[in-house]
Design a binder for this molecule. Structure first.
Ligand SMILES: *[C@@H]1O[C@H](CO)[C@@H](O)[C@H](O)[C@H]1NC(C)=O
Ligand SMILES: *[C@@H]1O[C@H](CO)[C@@H](O)[C@H](O)[C@H]1NC(C)=O
Ligand SMILES: *[C@@H]1O[C@H](CO)[C@@H](O)[C@H](O)[C@H]1NC(C)=O
Ligand SMILES: *[C@@H]1O[C@H](CO)[C@@H](O)[C@H](O)[C@H]1NC(C)=O
Ligand SMILES: *[C@@H]1O[C@H](CO)[C@@H](O)[C@H](O)[C@H]1NC(C)=O
Length: 367
């Protein structure tokens, strides 16, 4: 990974606009059936939602993540750059995102800006990913394009209304935790919270109103960190760091944001990937998993040594594994988790203060 460079914002812009990936033409998918619930979905975050953007970063030798990544996708789609055996959490919420040339359709179905290795902080994944700030900047450019094309696709007012009714899905923070496990904690949390709020404000100022936030999973339970324990147990220090961020900081950031008198009209839900993974890990069988500690793809103890690469051992049954590789969930886990965040009653703890179905239940006025 050493030596990778991310092009200047402007240089990369041209590139990304050419290849960005649609999120479902505005389809928002419930676990059982596809329903069009919002005009568009705009996706931001890390490898939990990257559907192939990183493979277009100049000098990025890791992406596209080679087979066995994507092993369960149709031949013509793989490898996609997703850190999964199949689809990921963004896919689980939005149907069939495939790479498209955006000139024709990009402003109106939604766009996925997610970038593996990125974080809430600019310094996370430096030079090998597009940080959240840059992703938000790309949305601003997308929005400007939409306004430029007003007329073809509706008036400026109609575009503004569509954006305000669209879902802004953000899944970030895990890499910040990984990279800065040893940072002075209070300062680190303050930086994360300040940056998160800044990005939310920017999205709001560009018209976003409906926010689906995915919190940070218990990163201490990924195979790579379990590997530090003689028994393969979760690393409690890392989980605690994450839990404190989710419960003490992220939820406050969202409450304050939604209560900002200068920014009326916000609705949001925080989906808890933390509680979801904890639930799967606490009673794997009930959740339909038989293995929640080892990576499906990879060699050695817990499948982390060496990590998943071409020629690695791959488990036979991917649907009974929680983790695909040393740090990422399987397609099965992403879909089960998305279903809980979307539909589980709020008192089960998988989303707050409302679940994602309630978040999009107002629907939208017209297409
Ligand atoms: C990132 O890129 C900048 C500019 O090319 C360089 O100065 C810096 O050392 C790089 N940092 C890392 C961590 O790779
Ligand atoms: C996993 O743990 C072993 C033994 O402690 C160590 O040698 C190896 O480097 C670790 N692998 C990773 C990927 O952390
Ligand atoms: C968890 O974090 C809190 C707040 O930083 C700290 O007081 C507590 O000691 C931590 N617990 C563990 C087990 O690390
Ligand atoms: C996991 O969540 C389900 C609800 O989807 C609940 O019925 C179950 O008790 C939870 N399991 C654990 C171990 O918390
Ligand atoms: C794979 O695991 C799932 C979940 O435990 C199970 O339902 C399915 O039957 C298994 N498939 C095979 C081929 O063993």
């Amino acid at each position: 990974m050493a030596g990778m460079r991310v092009a200047s914002h402007k240089g990369l812009m041209a590139l990304v606009v050419a290849v960005l990936v649609m999120c479902g033409g505005g389809l928002f998918v419930t676990p059982a059936a596809a329903e069009t619930l919002v005009p568009a979905v705009y996706v931001f975050g890390d490898s939990t939602v990257d559907v192939g953007n990183n493979k277009y970063l100049p000098g990025n030798v890791l992406y596209p993540l080679p087979l066995p990544y994507g092993i369960d996708l149709p031949q013509d789609l793989r490898p996609t750059g997703r850190a999964s055996n199949g689809y990921n959490v963004a896919d689980a919420f939005c149907t069939v995102p495939v790479p498209v040339a955006l000139e024709k359709t990009f402003p109106f179905g939604g766009v996925n800006y997610g970038s593996g290795d990125s974080g809430i902080l600019d310094k996370t994944g430096l030079n090998k990913s597009m940080p959240l700030a840059q992703q938000v900047g790309f949305f601003a450019a997308t929005k400007s394009k939409m306004i430029e094309h007003a007329g073809d696709q509706g008036s400026v007012d109609e575009i503004e209304r569509r954006v305000s009714e669209s879902l802004f899905l953000i899944s970030s923070g895990g890499n910040d935790m990984f990279e800065f496990l040893n940072s002075p904690v209070l300062l680190f949390y303050i930086q994360l919270a300040t940056n998160y709020r800044k990005h939310l404000n920017t999205l709001y100022d560009h018209g976003a109103r409906r926010f689906g936030i995915v919190d940070v999973p218990p990163i201490g339970c990924v195979p790579a960190l379990r590997n530090f324990s003689a028994t393969g147990a979760c690393m409690e220090f890392a989980n605690n760091l994450t839990r404190n961020f989710n419960n003490g900081w992220l939820s406050v950031v969202m409450k304050n944001f939604a209560a900002d008198p200068e920014r009326p009209g916000i609705t949001y839900s925080v989906g808890s990937s933390y509680n979801m993974i904890t639930n799967f890990t606490a009673d794997p069988e009930a959740a339909g998993f038989s293995e929640v500690a080892s990576a499906c793809c990879g060699d050695g103890r817990l499948g982390v040594n060496p990590r998943c690469h071409p020629g690695s051992a791959v488990c036979n049954n991917r649907t009974d594994h929680l983790y695909w590789d040393l740090a990422h969930s399987t397609d099965a886990a992403a879909h089960k988790g998305a279903a809980l965040i979307f539909d589980a009653p709020v008192d089960q703890g998988f989303a707050a203060p409302i679940n994602f179905r309630q978040l999009v239940s107002d629907g939208f006025s017209s297409i």
